[in-house]
Design a protein around this ligand. Structure first.
Ligand SMILES: NC(=O)c1ccc[n+]([C@@H]2O[C@H](COP(=O)([O-])OP(=O)(O)OC[C@H]3O[C@@H](n4cnc5c(N)ncnc54)[C@H](O)[C@@H]3O)[C@@H](O)[C@H]2O)c1
Length: 331
């Protein structure tokens, strides 16, 4: 079976690529190697994949890839993925997440792709209060330019199923964490700061809650849905491992053995959603998937991985610093 995986040099995409190869798929990867993409993540399988450095917003270049590869399945993970960046520079998010997805759907229709796995996010549902959870039927109420662009991607995919019969399956994972995550997302930021004895910024009062999903579990779910999911359907991928941000930070400090006075509460992110949590009854019942890695085990493994890969981590921190310097200069 021939897979085309977009965003395969990214954090979750690379885990999906590694696992797909292990499962015996033929894999072609499309990724423009943005600041968040890195071929090192898939260097272990580089002989076994075909890689195209292509921007999904460039229709002609993408067309050549489809023509050459004639994939049977598309797993679409390429995205601008960071909420804070979407607040500063939203345009790139529309470019990639909306127009890029549109190009992929159009080409998938033209090339009669058998399955299109559209990777959305739990953030499309908007925020929850202290109680309750989202099901696949919950309305979409995105809060940030990132989640609005993902909701557009999500809805476009479902429209291609309803209108053209393209076999789109929508997946909505919760917050992922694990090795190889670019250190602008909460968990690797905290690990990097703590390891370098720097102040750790925590938005607001740190009470915002997220549902943490270990990346290997997420990739397993995506591939199981690829094989067993029903076209036109939506599947939440969660862990039910909810934690307040401040408790995540404290747990990391405990593992690294650093003092809690490194924590610094900073002005809250505009439009910051208080809580996300999803029902995963459907994926459990219909796909037979459930998460394997509890938060305690996953966070230990993640911290150990970053401690063993400090060179990679610090190189990314340097490129990140340059980005923020550019942003602050612009203000
Ligand atoms: N990380 C999470 O917690 C999480 C949770 C839910 C859903 N998601 C979704 O899962 C997908 C993967 O997330 P991630 O955390 O691995 O993101 P990531 O930022 O680590 O990786 C995204 C990849 O897409 C590539 N890319 C970006 N713009 C592109 C373009 N125009 N053309 C081609 N490639 C491009 C990047 O180079 C990178 O390799 C995204 O769609 C994201 O919205 C992520």
């Amino acid at each position: 079976m021939k897979l085309l995986i977009t965003g395969g040099a990214g954090f979750i995409g690379s885990e999906v690529v590694r696992r797909a190869i292990k499962n015996g798929f033929h894999v072609a990867v499309v990724d423009n190697l943005s600041y968040a993409g890195d071929l090192e993540r898939i260097s272990g399988v580089k002989e076994k994949i075909i890689f195209y450095r292509v921007d999904i917003s460039q229709r002609d270049a993408l067309h050549s890839v489809f023509k050459k590869e004639t994939p049977e399945i598309v797993i679409h993970l390429a995205a601008e993925s960071h909420v804070d960046r979407s607040i500063i520079e939203p345009q790139a998010f529309l470019h990639t997440n909306v127009m890029g997805t549109f190009n992929l759907l159009e080409l998938s229709k033209e090339f009669r792709i058998k399955r299109f796995i559209n990777v959305s996010t739990d953030e499309v549902y908007g925020e929850l209060g202290e109680e309750g959870y989202f099901t696949e039927e919950s309305p979409l109420r995105p809060s940030s330019p990132y989640s609005a662009s993902k909701a557009s991607q999500d809805m476009l995919g479902r429209a291609y199923w309803r209108t053209y019969g393209l076999a789109v399956i929508t997946v909505r994972p919760s917050n992922n964490y694990g090795p190889w995550q670019y250190p602008e997302k909460l968990i690797p930021v905290v690990i990097a700061k703590a390891l370098n004895n720097e102040r750790i910024p925590v938005y607001g009062d740190g009470r915002n809650m997220r549902e943490w999903l270990y990346v290997e579990d997420c990739a397993e779910a995506i591939l199981m849905i690829t094989e067993k999911g029903k076209p036109g359907d939506i599947y939440n991928i969660g862990s039910n491992e909810e934690r307040r941000n401040i408790d995540v930070v404290r747990e990391i400090l405990r593992i690294i053995n650093k003092p809690e006075d490194l924590i610094e509460f900073v002005k809250d992110r505009p439009g910051h959603d208080f809580r996300y949590c999803m029902s995963i009854e459907k994926i459990k019942k219909e796909i037979g998937w459930s998460p394997k890695t509890g938060f305690k085990e996953g966070i230990e493994r993640t911290v150990r991985w970053y401690m063993a890969n400090m060179e990679w981590l610090n190189a990314k921190i340097n490129t990140l610093r340059q980005y923020w310097q550019r942003v602050y200069k612009k203000d």
